[in-house]
Ligand binder design. Structure first.
Ligand code: ADP
Length: 483
């Protein structure tokens, strides 16, 4: 069976890698700019609510004198209006964004919102005590936000802007240029500003802002550098694994033809030998043919592995008619079963739902279980392939009355290159690579399912595959993110 996924060329893969955030894509943190803008807009609505509650609560519950509630409410209204606009835009971009121009536009909006936030904050602080207001500490929050969201240079510019606003407010009030609002309760007293206090405020906030900026931009720069290194390493790994995949593909392809040719030649020697071959010669040719069959099976395993590693497995998902799939696998293996005088049966419930997955690979997984059942069941056995629905899960089973598996081996079998040799059973004589069940597991897991076995030594085994029922999913938000 050929598992060639046509577009596994390096060119397509590198195009795909770029699409999925490969070497030339935007930095990862930039791709989240829309999502962050959206979250910030939601938080800003909370701030608006906070101003309204604070103004009303301050005046009517705490009894703060001279609190300019009207202006504070007007400020909250304006901020709410501005934020509604930002929210509506950000909501449309609440996803991972890989388009360069859109990211730049959203980044521009982020700059705008941080600057406008500083302005609104300054007005709010002016209304609740200005130079004496305990709310000055919110300047720091905005500096931290800028350091986390923006480049170090931009964060620095915003911090300077914020500090200029704070200094303007404090100095302006000290020099009597800006009107004073000292609502007692929000501030300690209505005493005029003391020069030493003004300088202390400016010094302390200057230091705090500079320190926060220095520490946070340092950490975020390190994180972004790490992200960049990871992206480069990832791109390298993808390239190497692409080369390996291509090599495996070519090697398997180039080996299959000579092996098939050797088998045909041996067959023609067997048929056309004159004088006829001796018994010993026939026996030896049969042994060579058996070995060649093993090589063919091994190559097929590698082909399936290469197909599983291919990034295009996702693309080959389709709706699968499990009943038809099982029927065709059973029909295809009837001859082999008859060689061993096994009864190979099919039991499929009516009206089975479809499952959504990589049909060719799932077929390979089921075929693997059926051939194993044939191999590991002494002659005259009974093998049943069945499928039924269990709630939202499709249960596919292959049951045999063969040699069975010891409990300690049951999980091991699904690992690569594990073969259990039993002196009393046919497994000792049966050829195989030990790859089959690990491939079955990988196929099933790649399709969102599970695989397992229930068995008793000497009684038989039932291998089962559980796959989620359902048809092709609608394009989800996550899919749109990935696309
Ligand atoms: P292979 O058949 O090539 O050895 P698999 O991965 O398909 O590799 O199987 C691993 C081991 O699991 C086999 O060597 C065999 O011992 C055991 N096994 C698989 N299927 C059965 C079965 N139906 N009954 C008993 N043993 C089995």
């Amino acid at each position: 069976m050929a598992f060639r996924f046509d577009d596994s060329t390096s060119a397509t893969r590198s195009a795909m890698s770029a699409r999925r955030g490969g070497p030339h894509a935007l930095p990862f943190h930039m791709q989240f700019v829309g999502r962050r803008l959206y979250i910030n807009a939601k938080v800003r609505f909370l701030v608006v609510a906070g101003i309204v509650i604070g103004a009303l609560g301050g005046k009517y519950i705490l009894g703060i004198q001279d609190l300019d509630v009207r202006r504070l409410l007007a400020l909250a209204g304006l901020l709410g209006l501005f934020n509604t606009g930002i929210f509506l835009v950000a909501r449309r971009h609440n996803r991972i964004e890989r388009r360069d121009q859109v990211c730049r536009f959203l980044m521009g909006l982020t700059h705008l919102t941080i600057s406008v936030d500083f302005l609104f904050l300054s007005v709010a602080i002016w209304l609740v005590g200005g130079a004496k207001s305990p709310f000055q500490v919110f300047y720091l929050v905005h500096v931290i936000l800028a350091a986390l969201l923006l480049s170090p240079r931009a964060a620095c510019a915003h911090a300077l802007f914020g500090y200029a606003l704070l200094s303007g407010l404090v100095l302006g009030q000290w020099w009597g240029i800006i009107p004073i609002h000292f609502p007692v309760g929000a501030v300690n007293s209505t005493q005029p500003l003391h020069g030493g206090y003004v300088l202390t405020v400016l010094l302390v906030y200057g230091m705090l802002m500079a320190l926060s900026l220095y520490l946070l931009t340092g950490i975020t720069s390190l994180l972004r550098k790490g992200e960049e290194q990871l992206r480069t390493a990832n791109a390298k790994l993808e390239r190497v694994s692409g080369i390996q995949r291509d090599f495996l593909h070519i090697a398997v392809h180039d080996l299959k033809s000579p092996v098939a040719a050797a088998k045909m030649l041996l067959h023609s020697v067997e048929l056309g030998a004159d004088p006829p071959l001796t018994d010993e010669q026939v026996r030896r040719i049969a042994r060579v043919q058996l070995r060649l069959d093993e090589v063919t099976a091994f190559l097929r395993d590698f082909e399936v592995l290469a197909a599983l590693d291919s990034a295009d497995v996702e693309k080959h998902r389709e709706e699968i008619d499990v009943a038809a799939l099982l029927r065709s696998v059973v029909e295809q293996n009837q001859d082999l079963a008859q060689v061993h005088h096994h009864a190979l049966r099919l039991e499929v419930a009516d009206g089975l739902p479809r499952v959504f997955g990589t049909g060719r690979l799932i077929r390979e997984a089921v075929a693997n279980l059926v051939t194993n059942a044939i191999k590991y069941t002494p002659d005259n056995g009974i093998i049943v392939a069945r499928a039924r629905r269990e709630k939202d899960v499709m249960r596919i089973e292959v049951e045999d009355n063969g040699i069975g598996i010891a409990p300690e081996d049951e999980q091991r079998l699904f690992q690569e290159f594990v073969r259990v040799r039993r002196k009393d059973g046919p497994a000792g004589k049966v050829s195989g690579s030990g790859l089959g069940l690990s491939i079955v597991r990988r196929i099933v897991e790649a399709n969102g399912g599970e695989v397992g076995v229930v068995s008793e030594v000497g009684e038989g085994s039932t291998f089962f595959i559980l796959l989620p029922c359902g048809s092709a999913p609608e394009a989800t938000a996550q899919d749109r993110d990935i696309a």
